[in-house]
Design a protein around this ligand. Structure first.
Ligand SMILES: C[S@@+](CC[C@H](N)C(=O)[O-])C[C@H]1O[C@@H](n2cnc3c(N)ncnc32)[C@H](O)[C@@H]1O
Length: 346
């Protein structure tokens, strides 16, 4: 999934840095800003027990499926042939004009162009059917989250956007005209009781402990809730009244301090002070809103810091090319990985 700050392409770099810094190769690994779940899933398969968190619901569902679930459930109440049968039934559901069509398709009431008419109608029919199955007690939690996750991924694949849902494209991109199709998610088993949480990182940190805490906080002023609002809408399915040109949800309770210049340092300092793990790993790039000297000041208070860097290609949307100015004018940013061996006196 195209997601601001997605670490999929940095997993080897993170793993190699962990090996160089001689961190333990098992134990509890906490990914407290989990996003797509890419980091948690990778380290789940390296035999760590994972505690995954994020305050967005679509992220909770992704991490529930990729990290908490170890075995594909039977889907016996909705299909004789398990998950593939359930997906087949959903994929062939008769499309209908509903909430997504009216809010996010060109022929709907609001005339927004996030999905083709046909895909919007398919999303409506499939999402309602999943909710009805759940209300009729035909799905376990695991089964429900797998189906919603599969739909979110399928919808994201055909969304007419250039990277985030902050705007839709005026011209159709070719992927957006393909037929939406639910696919089987890649579910892996590490035989451990992995956990998933949906909470503010700064409140959760006071209640948990483990071996390694991985931190990948937002690093710029783009809030996740408005930039990925349609994924949240599909995850929550509360059909609330949407506002503005792009059909935003109310996100007053989902504003991250890490995306605010005035609050990010205080939030980060509080997070580090309350951390109760043996090691902390922080991903942050050279264009982040917390200055490097502040990061080092805060981390040095907690223990011995070592630092690893790699060049990384910038996350861009098409609008960025025209309007944004960057500290570095090429497409590269330097991704920093700070590894801290916590001094237990702190
Ligand atoms: C840089 S992204 C993480 C990307 C992730 N490592 C990946 O590979 O997909 C930061 C994440 O932090 C979440 N977030 C922001 N503020 C938060 C907070 N205060 N508590 C919990 N999660 C938060 C956002 O929803 C977003 O998914």
């Amino acid at each position: 999934m195209k997601y601001i700050g997605n670490k999929t392409r940095l997993l080897n770099f993170i793993n190699e840095s962990i090996i160089k810094a001689k961190l333990p190769q098992n134990g509890t690994f906490i990914d407290i800003f989990g996003g797509t779940g890419s980091v948690g899933k990778y380290f789940k398969n390296k035999k760590y027990k994972i505690i995954a968190n994020d305050f967005m619901t679509y992220s909770y569902i992704a991490q529930y499926v990729l990290i908490k679930i170890n075995k594909i459930p039977s889907f016996e109440k909705v299909s004789l042939s398990g998950l593939s049968g359930a997906l087949q039934e959903l994929n062939s559901t008769t499309p209908k004009s509903g909430y997504i069509f009216n809010n996010f398709a060109p022929s709907g009431i609001e005339k927004r162009q996030y999905f083709s008419d046909n895909n919007a109608r398919k999303i409506d029919a499939i999402r309602d059917k999943i909710e009805n199955w759940r209300n009729d007690k035909l799905l376990s939690d695991d089964e429900y989250y797998i189906l919603v996750y599969s739909l979110i991924n399928a919808a994201d694949f055909v969304a007419n956007i250039s990277g985030t849902y902050g705007a839709y494209l005026k011209i159709w991109r070719s992927m957006a005209l393909k037929d939406l199709e639910l696919k089987i998610p890649d579910i892996t088993n590490n035989d451990l009781e992995n956990e998933v949480v949906q909470e503010d990182a700064n409140s959760l940190i006071k209640k948990i402990s483990g071996d390694i805490l991985y931190l990948d906080p937002p690093y710029n002023e783009r809030q996740y809730a408005p930039n990925f609002h349609i994924l949240e809408t599909l995850a929550v399915w509360d059909k609330q009244k949407l506002v503005g040109k792009t059909g935003q949800r109310d996100y007053s309770k989902k504003k991250s301090a890490y995306s605010q210049k005035t609050n990010s340092i205080k939030a980060f300092e509080d997070l580090i002070a309350n951390t109760n793990t043996n090691y902390i790993i922080l991903s942050y790039n050279n264009e982040g809103i917390i200055p490097r000297d502040e990061i080092l000041r805060i981390l040095n208070n907690k223990g011995k810091v070592s630092e690893y860097t790699t060049d990384y290609r910038r996350f861009r949307t098409e609008r960025d090319h025209k309007r944004r100015h960057y500290k570095q004018c090429d497409d590269k940013v330097v991704e920093h990985l700070y590894i801290i061996k916590v001094d237990k006196k702190n």
